[in-house]
Design a protein around this ligand. Structure first.
Ligand SMILES: Cc1cc2nc3c(=O)[nH]c(=O)nc-3n(C[C@H](O)[C@H](O)[C@H](O)COP(=O)(O)OP(=O)(O)OC[C@H]3O[C@@H](n4cnc5c(N)ncnc54)[C@H](O)[C@@H]3O)c2cc1C
Length: 496
């Protein structure tokens, strides 16, 4: 087998791996980055909204620093189960990374940054940070391009279509990593290894251990399910004798959603407090509407307990008209909440959206003069649905939802057709955790007590910034900030 060697080998040329590799190269190391896909950047190409702390960019704009309050609150959120030294270093590294990146970014791109909190911190007046917030065209792509051009200047060897496959050992000594390349298998020997292969959502064996129900679920296709996310970082870690931190491995799942793509017209309607939601068997399973009440990053787990994780919003003409009326009073409020209810258009317009979807044979929408007809078209058990609606109508008549405790003012019976059924979507925003890191992003050995001094991990696959509570990820730092901060730390350490 052909052999190559380098000082620092990076597995994965996405957000974290590029930062780590370029940072190590800046310290004079000979760096090779192996990227499985035909392009660099991974999920980072799509990321846009972030948190950073203590950067010069913020100081120059007199933006007050909230890092102490933030760390305290995030450590409370994660019940002080995380290594506070790692959390602190990662949070400070967000700003260090940004200042370093700024030195290698063009003036034109730097001018695109505007001061705004991370999108989910807007309601709590969180830390103001630099944002380039165009969806799918934000700072993630800028980071990737800047790393590639600075890395080329530094002589980093960036290799596309090089998929790291397995570790080769001679006794206890690690000989290197074998990768599938366009020239066949190559053994890459190294002094230091940085594992940055991202999510493992496309590895069914891992998924069976972490969240088996996901494998049977009807899940929206999106960039978080990149076919490259096959989890070699975990299997190679295991071969090297690393601790696989199964308790930290999780998926973040959201739903039911109507928020994106083809169904987005119906997003506001799906948040109406009066709607009813059933599963594929035609049964209700929650007090509707679930997503606006519960953290939307947790609701997917409620949905996942339903058959195939499928869910359907059911409306009748009379219910729809009452929902539309109820939103008209919001006109003056300029409701801008993501779960808000701005005024809905007339019934005929909404009917038109649904009719249009049905006529285009969209599997997510069905209209029927009877419930039975609509249920059959969309694939819900019609008899159960009929029984469910009869029971629901009785609750409405009594003014008390004795099954799922919905607020009585939101109980509207479904009595007059046509009936409309719209499927909600289950979505994911990634799979996280795997190899536990210390504050230098050194990987823990299987004993969980000591670390390898020449193996590092960063990005989505690195554990240390989140806990898993009832399958739900609770984190101290958002994903792209963790990716660049942990990559910056790993690269700095590997460069020493
Ligand atoms: C659509 C989308 C929007 C997002 N928006 C945001 C946002 O606004 N804010 C935020 O905080 N986060 C966001 N994220 C998350 C953020 O992009 C990720 O957390 C970040 O990219 C993680 O960096 P990473 O290097 O660990 O993974 P990635 O950037 O995905 O890179 C991993 C790389 O490893 C490669 N790889 C995998 N296996 C191998 C192998 N065996 N050999 C070689 N290479 C391999 C992959 O092909 C990939 O290029 C978003 C993600 C997506 C997909």
């Amino acid at each position: 087998m052909k052999e190559k060697n380098c000082d620092v080998l990076v597995l994965g040329g996405g957000g974290a791996g590029l930062v780590a590799g370029v940072r190590a190269a800046e310290a004079g190391k000979k760096v090779t980055v192996l990227e499985k896909a035909g392009f660099f950047g991974g999920g980072m190409l799509f990321a846009s909204t972030m948190r950073i702390f203590k950067s010069k960019w913020q100081a120059e704009r007199n933006i007050p620093d909230q890092s102490v309050k933030f760390m305290r609150e995030m450590m409370d959120l994660t019940m002080w189960q995380l290594d506070a030294e790692l959390v602190k270093r990662a949070i400070y590294s967000t700003g260090e990374f940004f200042d370093w990146y700024s030195e290698h970014e063009t003036k034109e791109n730097m001018a695109k940054y505007e001061p705004r909190p991370y999108v989910f911190d807007i309601p709590v007046n969180g830390q103001v940070c630099p944002q380039v917030d165009k969806f799918h065209n934000g700072s993630g792509k800028l980071f990737v391009n800047a790393m590639l051009s600075y890395g080329k200047e530094l002589g980093v060897e960036f290799l596309l279509e090089h998929s790291a496959k397995k570790a080769v050992k001679e006794g206890e000594k690690i000989k290197g990593i074998v990768a599938d390349t366009p020239d066949g298998e190559v053994l890459f020997a190294f002094d230091k290894l940085i594992i940055a292969s991202g999510s493992w959502i496309k590895n069914d064996e891992i998924m069976k251990k972490v969240l088996p129900a996901f494998l049977d679920a009807d899940v929206e296709k999106n960039a978080h399910q990149n076919p490259a996310y096959t989890g070699e970082g975990i299997t190679i870690g295991e071969e090297l004798g690393a601790m696989i931190d199964w308790d930290s491995m999780c998926l973040r799942i959201m739903g039911p959603l109507a928020a994106t793509g083809d169904r987005s017209n119906l997003d506001n309607l799906a948040h109406a407090e009066q709607i009813i939601l059933v599963n594929e068997e035609g049964n209700r399973f929650v007090a509707e509407p679930m997503a606006p009440r519960i953290d939307p990053f947790s609701t997917g787990h409620v949905l996942l307990r339903q058959p195939h994780a499928r869910s359907f919003y059911v409306y009748s003409k009379d219910m729809l008209e009452k929902i539309i009326d109820s939103t008209r009073e919001n006109a003056a409020k300029e409701d801008t909440d993501i779960f808000g209810m701005p005024p809905l258009p007339d019934y005929e317009v909404i009917y038109g959206w649904m009719k249009d979807a049905q006529d285009k044979n969209q599997a997510w929408c069905a209209i029927g003069d009877t419930l039975n007809e609509a249920a059959k078209k969309i694939g819900i058990n019609p008899d159960n649905l009929k029984a469910t609606i009869e029971k629901y109508n009785l609750c409405c008549d009594k003014g008390e939802d004795t099954e799922f405790f919905k607020a009585s003012e939101n109980l509207i019976p479904l009595k007059e057709g046509p009936y409309f059924i719209v499927a909600g979507k289950l979505s994911t925003d990634g799979a996280f955790g795997g190899l536990r890191a210390d504050k230098n992003m050194n990987v823990y050995k299987a004993d969980g007590k000591s670390v390898f001094d020449n193996i590092y991990v960063c990005g989505d696959i690195a554990s240390g910034r989140h806990i898993v509570d009832g399958n739900v990820k609770k984190q101290v730092l958002n994903d792209m900030s963790w990716a660049v901060a942990s990559g910056f730390i790993a690269g700095t350490e590997a460069g020493k």
